[in-house]
Every structure is written in structure tokens, then in C-alpha cells.
Design a binder for this molecule. Structure first.
Ligand code: GTP
Ligand code: MG
Length: 390
């Protein structure tokens, strides 16, 4: 419920009251029991609430019935999250992805008269794709869904080209993943000195951002900041963001950022793992980062590290522990330089130039039609020069 409150705040609402019902079986008509509906109506009246938010998903009928019974606009968790995403998305691709998720959500909820669409107006739960685009007609929505998909494909192809260029640059790609508010953007900024937006609002980051992080002595990585995950993340959103999340799947390494001060650390970690599985990144190499070390009592540090022996405990805010993360990254990515002696045919200008881009050349001697180079190159590239080693 606390998290639902934070989500409400991220959507621009103020929480004026809350009610919890424990029930073995949800009421098919109203989710909560009939008596509880009356309590909700009374409390809403008393507190002057404009909107009702449910942490559980509501069926279209439940939503309608609750609205009628309480006389207030009623949203479920999925709609609320879609709303926040619609507010935050900035890039063309991000906006398209959110629109697609919203349309997917709307389609099965369209009742004959298009009741759902009538809710598109001012206030929260209304950041819809816009009345002008949305007709009350399923067919038109399906057409729009197809058009949005095509648009996304196009934007995606452009991004692909950019990503391929990045991959050719041979700098390893490291993606930050984690629960919303874990501190991914703060860590991103600390490592890249970039100015990514940081806030204690949930889902601050939506569009992936890529910057070079210098880990010292030429050991650079490209760092990708990404959208945060949450428990019960709407399925349509995961699907919509699949394209963006490919950045994660194709990264050389993931940094899973955890808020070490969160009481439900394990649950959040599990929620992130579920999404990573879903996007096919479950088995990709990763390092766990226990962030917000400064918020954790020193006595707990040992406990945290005992259950996650390979994790790096740090504070992105104070910078404490960043050095050791740089070390772990370099080791895991085989970025540690090795000194090698190489031999090239003097005519192999491309091969020789390659060494200069891959590392630091210590000496370069020409002996007849042979060139001998001594260079320090990242361990991950050594294999590539196997035929030239001497
Ligand atoms: N105390 C403390 N706070 C931190 C630390 N790192 C981040 N924060 C705070 O945690 C909040 C969330 O930080 P962000 O970097 O925006 O988190 P995020 O994971 O990018 O969040 P989303 O983009 O919303 O998914 C902000 O208020 C940060 O100032 C840390 O090491 N210590
Ligand atoms: Mg962020």
C-alpha cells in the first residue's frame, strides 16, 4: 500500500485516505465486499476524494460497478502505472511504446458504447492517447495499434543502427537494471559525470540513456541507464518496452542495482528477476550492486554481504565503494590490460591500426617487411591477436 501511495504521488495525486480489505475470494462484481464498498464511499465523501485507486487489477465490470457505487473515477494499479509512464515518456519511441500499452489495455475494456473512452478528460488516469486519435470504435483502435507498431519498428531500426555502431566501437556495454528508485540514475551520473534526472519519484527514468564511463587507465565502458521495474508491472508495458529492453539483453554485463536500505529488498530483487527472465536476460552475466550503503547501519553491512557474497556494497550518493565497483567491472569484463608482443606483416595497415585503437602501443619497430609491436591491450581482446603473438 505504501508503494501504491508512491505511485499515486508520481502520477500527481495526493493520498487522502486508504482502506485495506482481507478477503479469501474477491467479489466478482466489485472486488471488495459490499459492506466495504459502502465504507469506501463514506470515506471518499468525508475526505473529498476525486479518484479511487486499487492496488489489484480490476475487471472492466468491476471498474464500472465501483464507479457507479462510489460515484468516483476508479483506476487500478495497471492504469495508474500506464498513466505515470505516459507523463514521463519523452522520446518518440518511449511515447509510442506507452501509447501501444494504453491501447492494448483499452481494447478489451471497450464496451458497446465506449464508456471507457468517456473518461478521457482532465486529471489523473486520463493521460490517454488523446480523444482525437481515439475513436469509440474497436476497429479504429486496432488500426491505430497497427500503425503504432509500424512506427515503433521504424524507430527501432534506427536505434539498431546506432547500437551496431556502438558495438563496433568495441567498448563493452554495461546496462543498469533494477527496481524503480533503487538509484540507477544516481549511479549512472556518478560513473559518467552525466546529468541524468534523479528523483525520489517512482519511474523517473523511462528512456534509455547511454554515456561513456571512464574507469581509469583507458578502461572505458558504455553505460546504459534504463527504466526501473516494479512488482506487478503491467504485462502490456513489459511487452511494449521489450524493444528498449533489448539494450539490456545485448549488453556485455548488467549491473543489478538494489536499494540495500529497502525492507523488502528480497521481494524487489525477485520482481526484477521475473522481468529479466521475461525479456530473455535472465541468464546474462551480472553484478549485484547494493546501493544506498549510507542508509544502512554498519552492523547490517556484514549480514547483507553474507547473503550476497559477490555483491558490491556502495553509495552512489556519497561515492563510497565506487572504486571497488570499478575494479570488479574491469575484472569481469576482462578490461585489465595485458602486455603483448605482436608481429604484423608491414603491409597489414589495418591490423596495425587496430592495435592502436584497441590499446596502448609501447613500442613499434620495423624490421624489413615485418612490424613488431609491444602493446598493452585489454585482456578481452588478446584472443583476437592470437595469430600475431610472438
Ligand atoms: N541515501 C542515498 N540515497 C540515494 C543513493 N542513490 C540514490 N539515492 C536516492 O534515491 C532516489 C532515487 O534515485 P534515482 O537515481 O532517481 O533512482 P532510479 O533507480 O534511477 O529510479 P527510476 O528512474 O525512477 O527507476 C533519489 O532520491 C536519490 O537521491 C544513495 O547511495 N544513498
Ligand atoms: Mg532513473
Amino acid at each position: 500500500m505504501a508503494e501504491l501511495g508512491l505511485l499515486a504521488r508520481a502520477a500527481g495525486a495526493t493520498v487522502v485516505g486508504s482502506l485495506i480489505q482481507e478477503r479469501k475470494r474477491p467479489d466478482p462484481a466489485t472486488l471488495i465486499g459490499r459492506g466495504k464498498v459502502e465504507d469506501v464511499a463514506r470515506l471518499s465523501e468525508e475526505k473529498g476524494a476525486d479518484v479511487l485507486l486499487f492496488d489489484e487489477d480490476l475487471s472492466p465490470a468491476q471498474q464500472r460497478n465501483l464507479e457507479q457505487a462510489v460515484g468516483r473515477k476508479t483506476l487500478d494499479r495497471t492504469q495508474l502505472i500506464l498513466d505515470i509512464f505516459a507523463r514521463r515518456a519523452r522520446s518518440r519511441e518511449g511515447r509510442l511504446q506507452v501509447e501501444l500499452a494504453q491501447l492494448d489495455y483499452l481494447l478489451p475494456r471497450l464496451t458497446g458504447k465506449g464508456v471507457m473512452l468517456s473518461r478521457l478528460g482532465g486529471g489523473i488516469g486520463t493521460r490517454g492517447p488523446g480523444e482525437t486519435k481515439l475513436e469509440t470504435d474497436r476497429r479504429r483502435i486496432r488500426q491505430r495499434i497497427r500503425a503504432v507498431r509500424r512506427e515503433i519498428d521504424k524507430v527501432r531500426r534506427d536505434r539498431h543502427t546506432r547500437r551496431e555502431a556502438r558495438q563496433r566501437s568495441e567498448t563493452p556495454i554495461v546496462a543498469l537494471v533494477g527496481y524503480t528508485n533503487a538509484g540507477k540514475s544516481t549511479l549512472f551520473n556518478a560513473l559518467t559525470r552525466a546529468g541524468a534526472a534523479v528523483s525520489d519519484q517512482l519511474f523517473m527514468t523511462l528512456d534509455p540513456l547511454v554515456r561513456r564511463a571512464r574507469l581509469g587507465s583507458g578502461r572505458d565502458v558504455l553505460l546504459v541507464d534504463t527504466v526501473g521495474f516494479i512488482q506487478k508491472l503491467p504485462h502490456s508495458l513489459v511487452a511494449a518496452f521489450r524493444a528498449t529492453l533489448e539494450e539490456v539483453v545485448e549488453a556485455d554485463l548488467m549491473l543489478h542495482v538494489l536499494d540495500a536500505s529497502a525492507e523488502d529488498l528480497d521481494q524487489r530483487e525477485a520482481a526484477v528477476n521475473v522481468v529479466l527472465e521475461e525479456i530473455g536476460a535472465g541468464k546474462r552475466p551480472r553484478i549485484e550492486v547494493l546501493n544506498k550503503r549510507d542508509e544502512v547501519a554498519p552492523a547490517r553491512h556484514g549480514v547483507l554481504l553474507a547473503s550476497r557474497p559477490d555483491a558490491v556494497l556502495l553509495s552512489a550518493r556519497t561515492g563510497e565503494g565506487l572504486e571497488s565497483l570499478a575494479g570488479v567491472l574491469a575484472a569481469r569484463l576482462d578490461l585489465v590490460p595485458r602486455t603483448v608482443r605482436l608481429r604484423f606483416d608491414a603491409a597489414d595497415a589495418r591490423g596495425i591500426a587496430g592495435v592502436y585503437t584497441a590499446g596502448k602501443v609501447v613500442s613499434h619497430e620495423v624490421h624489413g617487411d615485418e612490424v613488431r609491436i609491444r602493446a598493452e591491450i585489454p585482456a578481452r581482446f588478446v584472443d583476437r591477436y592470437r595469430g600475431h603473438l610472438c
